[in-house]
Design a protein around this ligand. Structure first.
Ligand SMILES: [Mn+2]
Length: 309
């Protein structure tokens, strides 16, 4: 049942409308067309024109909308209901052109530029791995180069395919570093396990300063150490360089690739337990961060008043 006292849109409950009924949106949230209506906007990018093998990810957003109708509002361990903390909604799909890679990159960038200008934090569902490049082009404007936590079997930093062609699902982060969108020293790659074309395929990423945690190192370190290492890599520079908490947060991209034959990892029972305990800690840290943000905003309000005096 929807909580009428909460000002934010809530998912439609499966006790009101059955999960298999009505129109499927992300998490059964309302569909908004104006980005200014939400704080966190879920977006589909139904495009796989960067794929060099196994196409079909263009159907991903619609499938994810359908599958997300299985989710309920409240996490059973932390008790957190994310839809009470921010104004979340489905923002529909980014415009794409299935007949043109170049045009699609431009359309996706334009769509995300609008979200960025409206102050929206996007949560995107693809689509092949190349879509992250135009998304980064759209959301980086006015900010220093982005940091990234990347779960994948592959680096996605290959240079070219098919005799010098630069835009495929295997190349987005090479381009992003070249364009100054991504700060390689604030990139952590987790779960790398894909086989290589040549022994030195991954050298470029390491030479740029990306922190690579292969699947072997991941199991060796354990979940907690991997998480604190990821935080160190993406967080330290952000903490140093950004005055505002919100800019630090906007400056980090979380990207997870779901592979078919080379998935980034598999969740085992004991890992799930540890992830859940970390979620409790995360909820606590989110509260602290919010308090810090409020303090910063209060401080800036105070100084304005002093200026007027
Ligand atoms: Mn990938």
């Amino acid at each position: 049942m929807n909580d009428v006292s909460n000002p934010f849109p809530q998912p439609v409950s499966g006790t009101v409308t059955p999960r298999f009924g009505d129109v499927a949106t992300f998490m059964r949230l309302p569909l908004f067309r104006n980005p200014a209506d939400v704080e966190i906007g879920m977006v589909g990018v139904p495009w796989d024109g960067g794929t060099t093998n196994r196409p079909g990810a263009r159907h991903g957003p619609r499938q994810m909308r359908d599958l997300s109708t299985m989710m309920r509002r409240v996490h059973h361990v932390t008790g957190v209901a994310p839809y009470e903390l921010a104004k979340c909604g489905d923002l529909g799909d980014a415009s794409v052109n299935p007949a043109s890679l170049d045009d699609s990159l431009e359309r996706i960038e334009r769509f995300y530029s609008k979200l960025h200008a409206a102050g929206v934090t996007p949560l995107s569902a693809g689509g092949d791995h190349l879509i992250t490049l135009p998304i980064m082009r759209g959301i980086r404007k006015g900010l220093p180069p982005l940091g990234m936590v990347h779960f994948d079997a592959h680096f996605d930093t290959w240079d070219t395919y098919f005799g010098g062609y630069k835009y495929t699902h295997g190349t987005p982060f090479r381009r992003a570093v070249e364009e100054g969108l991504l700060d390689p020293k604030r990139v952590v790659q987790i779960g790398i396990r894909g086989s290589l074309y040549k022994r030195d395929d991954n050298d470029w990423a390491v030479e740029q300063g990306m922190r690579v945690i292969t699947i072997e190192e991941y199991f060796d370190l354990g979940v907690e150490k991997v998480i604190s290492e990821a935080r160190r890599v993406v967080g330290e520079v952000a903490m140093r360089n950004f005055g505002f908490v919100r800019d630090r947060l906007r400056n980090i991209v979380l990207r997870a690739d779901v592979g078919i034959t080379e998935e980034a990892w598999e969740v085992r029972e004991e890992q799930q337990t540890r992830v859940r305990s970390l979620q409790v800690e995360r909820a606590r840290e989110d509260r602290l961060l919010k308090e810090e943000l409020n303090e910063v905003l209060d401080d800036s309000g105070d100084s304005e008043e002093e200026d007027k005096k």
